[in-house]
Design a protein around this ligand. Sequence first.
Ligand SMILES: NC(=O)c1ccc[n+]([C@@H]2O[C@H](COP(=O)([O-])OP(=O)(O)OC[C@H]3O[C@@H](n4cnc5c(N)ncnc54)[C@H](OP(=O)(O)O)[C@@H]3O)[C@@H](O)[C@H]2O)c1
Length: 319
Amino acid sequence: MQCLLSSLQQEHDGFSVQISCSKQTSADAYDICHPLQGTDKDEEENLCSLNMKSVLVTGGNRGIGLEICRQLHARGYQVIMGSRDIESGHEAAARLGINVSVQQLDVTDPGSVQNAFEHVERAYGSLDVLINNAGLGSTFFSNQRPFVSGISSFLKTKLPGGRQLINILKPVLRRTPITQKIPGPSDIALSEVRLLMETNFYGPWNMIQSFLPLLRKSPGGRIINMSSGMGEFASLAGNYPAYRLSKASLNSLTIMLAKELEDEGIRINAMCPGWVRTDMGGPDAPRSVEEGADTAVWLATEEETPTGKFFRDRMIIDW
Ligand SMILES: NC(=O)c1ccc[n+]([C@@H]2O[C@H](COP(=O)([O-])OP(=O)(O)OC[C@H]3O[C@@H](n4cnc5c(N)ncnc54)[C@H](OP(=O)(O)O)[C@@H]3O)[C@@H](O)[C@H]2O)c1
């Protein structure tokens, strides 16, 4: 390995790179490529992309997306981390000490998606895996849950009988302005529905349409849509209607695209990460980000996976 590295380094320094690492595994290739400090960035990316599979992860700067980036980087993938705020992406990558390509990417902004496409096309020429991970929860998740779960965790953990007390207090708490009823489809603001559909449904759809030309250039392009059990038809309920609708729509799109793209060998699946401790999932969620990312990483890396299915914990689940 060291010998390969030094021979590659020498060749590279002499501007006559022969890509002697091209027969290595992708993980080896990654180790070889990235110590090449001080080289032209495009040259380095081209050098690496000859050996390694590429993956673009939207919303890669935190939560489950960041963990997917970390795990795929560890497996030798060339990771392109999409981040709405580029600084946040760089900081996240630096915190984990992972050398990934950070790309500004707001999935609701067609200009940003087009720039990302041009960058990936220029730097890598093709794309092996697209992971549509970026997502927004409902405003209830972001505005009220931290407060509600803060109080309930405190009561549950610090007070004997706290759990029972919460159950007794629930009806009263629901009438206060802070813990008011979660809006249902009958009274939710349609502006929220549009916002969530833009981010969780139209965003991934535009990403897929935009990046298909690059996925078609891969010998086995894959698309993974980060959905949720809250979008399962069998368990649809009256709470969180915007979020549920956005994920149920994403699931429908997954089926339609899988049928359309099957003959081209492009596999597309949806998955639910379970309830995960992230900014969206909150501190009470039972799963770690490692567990939440696992199925996405498996779908990205496993040799044989079906297409047009919905997964949780690497198992097919009902739509
Ligand atoms: N956590 C759970 O329990 C859970 C359960 C089921 C499904 N999921 C799904 O898993 C995915 C990741 O969730 P998470 O828990 O990791 O959430 P998170 O911690 O809140 O992270 C969400 C990520 O999405 C990004 N994002 C939001 N809007 C975006 C946009 N318009 N363009 C690009 N990026 C955008 C955020 O970027 P900024 O940092 O710029 O805001 C952030 O990187 C989501 O699709 C979510 O619906 C999560």
